[in-house]
Design a protein around this ligand. Structure first.
Ligand code: ADP
Ligand code: ADP
Length: 231
C-alpha cells in the first residue's frame, strides 16, 4: 500500500515510542473525515491554527468553481445539487493541482476528501497521511445540523440557527446552501453510507483512524481533537 515515506510507525506505536504523537510533523497531512454536516468545516480552522496546515475543502473548491462557471463547475453542479458524488477523476485532478501550490509543501488538512476508495488510493500515492480524524455523528443529528446551517458570505464563518446562532447584525446577510434541504441531505447520507463510510475501516486497518465523538457541543469536540493533536 502506498502510504509512503516517514509514516511507518503507526499511531499505537507513536504514543509509546516517543512519548507523544507528533501532530505537527512537517511533511504529513491530516484527513478530517465524517458524514456531511458532522462539523468538519467548523473544526477545520482550529486544527489549521494548531498544526499550521492549510485547510483544503473539496466542497468549498467545487462551490467556487460553480460560482465562477468554470468548466469544472459546469461539470460538478448537477451532482452537487442532487447530493451525489462528483466523479473521482475530476476530484483527483482538482486535488493534485491544489497540492502543487506552495502552501501545501508542509502537509495540509483535507476536509471532505477522500470520499471514495479510489480517491483514498490516489491520495496515498501522492502524500503521507499522519492521521484521519473521524467525527462521528448519528444520522438524526446530521439532518438537524444541515437544515439549520447558515453561512456568512463575507467572513465564511459557519453558523447554525439553533446550535450556533449568528450575531443579530449579520443575520440579514446569511446564506443557506442550495443542497442543505431535507431531500438532498437524505441523498447525501445515503451516498455517505454507501461510498464513503467504508473508508473508515480501510484507514483503521492502517492504524490511522482517530475516532472522535462528534455528538457533543462544538467546544467539547474541539477540546477532544486538540487533546489528540497535542498529546
Ligand atoms: P461539515 O463541514 O462536516 O459538513 P459543518 O462544520 O458545516 O459540517 O457543520 C454543519 C452544521 O452543524 C453547521 O450549521 C454548524 O454550525 C453545526 N455544528 C457543527 N458542529 C456542531 C456541534 N458539535 N454541535 C451542534 N452543531 C454543530
Ligand atoms: P458536506 O460536508 O456538507 O457534505 P461538502 O461541501 O463537503 O458538503 O460537499 C458538497 C458536495 O460537493 C457533495 O455533496 C458532493 O457532491 C461534492 N463533493 C465534495 N467533496 C467531494 C469529493 N471528495 N468527492 C466527490 N464529490 C465531492
Amino acid at each position: 500500500m502506498g502510504i509512503c515515506g516517514g509514516n511507518k510507525i503507526n499511531h499505537k506505536n507513536r504514543f509509546t515510542y516517543d512519548g507523544g504523537y507528533d501532530g505537527t510533523t512537517m511533511t504529513t497531512s491530516i484527513v478530517l473525515f465524517g458524514p456531511p454536516g458532522a462539523g468538519k468545516g467548523t473544526q477545520a480552522s482550529k486544527i489549521s491554527e494548531m498544526t499550521g496546515k492549510p485547510q483544503i475543502s473539496t466542497g468549498d473548491m467545487l462551490r467556487i468553481a460553480v460560482s465562477e462557471a468554470s468548466d469544472l463547475g459546469a461539470k460538478a453542479q448537477s451532482y452537487m445539487e442532487s447530493g451525489i458524488l462528483v466523479p473521482d477523476e475530476l476530484i483527483i485532478e482538482l486535488i493534485s493541482n491544489r497540492l502543487k501550490q506552495e502552501d501545501a509543501i508542509n502537509g495540509v488538512l483535507f476536509d471532505g476528501f477522500p470520499r471514495t476508495l479510489n480517491q483514498a488510493i490516489a491520495l496515498s500515492s501522492i502524500v503521507d497521511i499522519s492521521s484521519v480524524i473521524s467525527i462521528e455523528v448519528p444520522d438524526e443529528e446530521i439532518i438537524k445540523r444541515i437544515v439549520g446551517r447558515r453561512m456568512d458570505p463575507i467572513t465564511k464563518e459557519i453558523y447554525h440557527i439553533s446550535f450556533k446562532p449568528a450575531p443579530d447584525e449579520i443575520q440579514g446577510r446569511l446564506i443557506q446552501r442550495k443542497d442543505d434541504n431535507v431531500e438532498t441531505v437524505m441523498n447525501r447520507l445515503k451516498t455517505y453510507h454507501q461510498q464513503t463510510s467504508p473508508l473508515s475501516s480501510w484507514y483503521d486497518d492502517q492504524n490511522l483512524l482517530i475516532p472522535i465523538d462528534g455528538n457533543k457541543s462544538i467546544e467539547e469536540v474541539a477540546t477532544d481533537i486538540s487533546k489528540f493533536l497535542s498529546n
